[in-house]
Design a protein. Structure first.
Length: 327
């Protein structure tokens, strides 16, 4: 197994704490980490400036209905890939976009409210876009790792006692499906802009009382309709080699392989999909040597793996939020 993630120890601990509870007050993080509130606040500001740290609310359900989650692989003429990636990144229904395959393939996850929306995008809009050569769409069926479970959960940066102290106690899920209602929309929109917005700020954004804001947010999180996540550049921690893996596992080994991948420190995301391959994973390694060892030693020895297609992620265009590329 790969050695623990290296980097500035306090930066790593602060990021891990935020992955556990992205809205935790700096005072609580400081108390658990054994540093001052001001130190945590300074590190937070520095990570925003140097590592692209952002805290944002992430929808897991659409208004009054569930999302369908899709992975798109859009092959483009070289001159059109960046523009297509940027256009997709501006859409509110996309959540992760990267350039792979020498910059000629756009990989994109999209959250669609209905099969009609899927048809409109996949059959209507995208095929008519100039410079697109081929579109492969795969529905995401089951997430093995990712979402609320962040990559640094497996870093060992915090002790089990520190992790327990920073992990919010689970709240009982409310009855019924996980939905975001029309009344919730102003609150969700405010959290999508700033996941650490204070309760008075959320009160002003929604027109609700502070107690109502707290109740609505607690319900959304407990139901699984919303979570608050962090994004940052793993290169700040010395992990500058993110890659996409498309894995074909024997049907009888699909769940076993996916569950095994979820435990690997290098795996930031893994999901079962439709299509020729049945697992997609995002793997984060330090360099090409580390990536080779992961492919040869780990995946090469994992029972049930029949085929692996790998491609370096050349540029992340959108993770949770979109910031236009300045090249």
């Amino acid at each position: 197994m790969e050695s623990p993630i290296r980097g500035d120890a306090l930066d790593l601990r602060v990021l891990h704490a935020l992955e556990l509870d992205a809205r935790a007050p700096f005072s609580r993080i400081a108390s658990v980490l054994g540093v001052s509130d001001q130190t945590v606040a300074r590190r937070f500001r520095r990570l925003r400036a140097e590592a692209g740290l952002r805290v944002v609310g992430v929808r897991c359900a659409a208004s009054e209905d569930s999302f369908e989650h899709w992975l798109l692989r859009v092959r483009c003429a070289p001159e059109g890939a960046t523009a297509i990636a940027e256009a997709l990144a501006k859409r509110p229904d996309t959540s992760w976009i990267g350039l792979t395959s020498g910059g000629t393939e756009v990989t994109c996850t999209v959250n669609l409210r209905s099969r009609d929306d899927a048809d409109d995008l996949l059959i209507g809009k995208l095929p008519r876009t100039p410079h697109i050569v081929d579109i492969r769409a795969h529905q995401l069926l089951h997430r093995f790792y990712g979402g609320p479970a962040g990559w640094l959960h497996k870093s060992g940066a915090l002790t089990p006692e520190e992790t327990a102290a920073l992990t919010p106690p689970p709240a009982p899920a409310p009855p019924g499906p996980a939905v975001i209602t029309a009344e919730d929309e102003p609150l969700v929109a405010a959290l999508e802009r700033d996941g650490r917005a204070t309760y008075p700020e959320l009160q002003r954004a929604t027109g609700l009382s502070e107690s109502s804001v707290r109740r609505h947010l607690a319900r959304l999180v407990a139901s699984g309709a919303l979570y608050v996540d962090v994004e940052f550049d793993s290169g700040h921690l010395g992990y500058r080699n993110p890659s996409m893996l498309y894995i074909t596992a024997a049907p009888g080994a699909l769940h076993t392989v996916g569950t095994a991948l979820a435990r690997d420190r290098e795996v930031a995301y893994a999901s079962a999909t439709t299509g020729p391959s049945n697992i997609v994973a995002v793997v984060i390694t330090r360099d090409s040597t580390h990536f080779y060892r992961y492919l040869s030693d780990r995946l090469g020895g994992l029972a049930g793996v029949e085929h692996v297609e790998s491609m370096p992620l050349l540029r992340r265009v959108k993770q949770l939020t979109y910031r236009p590329f300045r090249g």
